[in-house]
Design a protein around this ligand. Structure first.
Ligand SMILES: [Zn+2]
Length: 410
């Protein structure tokens, strides 16, 4: 199948023009006018390539060659078209366009039966309704109709109200769930969104795991007092305790092995006044690692380091875990299939990595054999209008995808 980079570029550029902020990156919340235009562009390309399509009750778009019925077992590949505000033109779009290009190339080859379904997941990013991967979670059933009625966008519309014109339907959701047996595997192609591949000149990589994530709210309580008349030995400074803990959190990943990361992204201080010793400091911790043992060890160490920082200053402390998502190990046999296909294309040995970011692939992985293929991101920049990946690399990854799906699944 002749994969063509020029068609891929044309799609990426066309979709980039569908944004609420022309010239300033992509702003394409799910179900917005810009998102609808991007989706319609993809559907028009699919129809030109001899495909038929349907929209499931959760608002995800499914596209197959006309010669492939909806009941046939196929490979699944795709990603998302929604973006964060001020986002880039490649995040998600690359995975959708790659799957469409494979369908186009097959059509050009006179093949109307390539066993591939392209998918556009609705609302992956989480910035439209405050919660991510809604389309995929609705499709597999971990979010039900009531849960999706409980999230609202900035116009005050819930998922069903916002998506009604675009095929989303609360009434149909329970009956229109993913049937895992329909799919031999999911291959999601995506940009890396981090600097490692670009730095090492790994242009395309196989993703073998998606990091799990734990998030925490940490509170330290001390005593507010006069900044002039309270000696340094007589203080219970909640912010100084938080500072010590935060510095220790930054070192935590060293204990947890490769690909572990920890971030304190938010802090609030009381009373937050120039001449008052802080009585209360609250901060968040976001901890990610590619396996659950590392997350568990990180959890223990985090609790210990906060307790130690509190004890040194006579502070009270509290740690609440606000989220726990397990690490996802991607499918071994499907990964082998990707490695073999890479060998056939002269891409061996294919670089291998771990995804620090979450993706729809992580949602489907417990039900359908899943892997991801990453394309290097220039300087690791993403969720930013400067986001960029080389078209040559995207085309190479698309050729790899084509090779993986170019045979009937067992
Ligand atoms: Zn994405």
């Amino acid at each position: 199948m002749p994969i063509r980079g020029d068609r891929i570029v044309a799609d990426i550029e066309a979709i980039a023009r569908f944004t609420a902020t022309p010239g300033a990156g992509s702003d394409r919340p799910s179900f917005s006018a810009a998102w609808r235009q991007a989706r319609d562009h993809v559907l028009a390309e699919a129809e030109r390539a001899g495909c038929h399509w349907r929209i499931d009750a959760a608002g995800n778009v499914h596209i197959r060659p006309r010669g492939v019925s909806w009941s046939r077992r196929v490979w699944l590949s795709g990603s998302h078209l929604d973006s964060v505000p001020g986002g880039g033109d490649f995040d998600g779009v690359v995975g959708v366009v790659a799957a469409i290009e494979v369908l186009r190339a097959a059509h050009e080859d006179g093949r109307s039966d390539v066993p591939l379904e392209a998918v556009v997941f609705a609302e992956e990013e989480g910035t439209t309704f405050g919660l991510g991967m809604l389309g995929s979670r609705g499709w597999i059933g971990t979010l039900d109709a009531a849960a999706l009625a409980g999230v609202r966008n900035r116009h005050g519309k819930n998922y069903w109200e916002a998506g009604a014109d675009q095929g989303a339907s609360a009434e149909r959701l329970a009956a229109d769930r993913l049937r895992p047996a329909d799919y031999a595997g999911l291959i999601e192609l995506h940009i890396e969104q981090g600097p490692a591949m670009w730095k090492h000149d790994h242009r395309v990589a196989l993703v073998t795991a998606i990091a799990g994530r734990r998030q925490y709210a940490v509170v330290l309580r001390g005593v507010a007092n006069h900044a002039g008349s309270t000696g340094m030995d007589d203080r219970h400074d909640a912010l100084a305790g938080a500072a010590e803990a935060i510095a220790a959190v930054e070192c935590l990943p060293d204990l947890l092995g490769d690909h572990a990361v920890a971030t304190v992204g938010r802090i609030a201080v009381e009373p937050n006044a120039v001449n008052v010793i802080p009585s209360r400091a609250e901060f968040t911790v976001d901890l990610r690692a590619p396996d659950d043992d590392s997350l568990e060890l990180g959890d223990e160490r985090l609790r210990a380091l906060v307790a130690a920082a509190a004890q040194r200053r006579g502070l009270e402390h509290e740690i609440v875990r606000t989220e726990s998502l397990p690490a996802v190990r991607l499918d071994g046999p499907l990964a082998d299939r990707v490695r073999a296909a890479a060998g056939g294309l002269g891409l061996a040995p294919l670089a291998e990595t771990v995804s620090g970011a979450l993706h729809d692939a992580a949602i489907l992985a417990p039900l359908v054999p899943t892997v991801m293929i990453f394309v290097a991101s220039r300087d690791g920049i993403s969720h930013n209008p400067a986001e960029f990946s080389r078209i040559d690399d995207i085309a190479t990854a698309t050729r790899l995808l084509a090779a993986v799906v170019d045979a009937d699944p067992a």
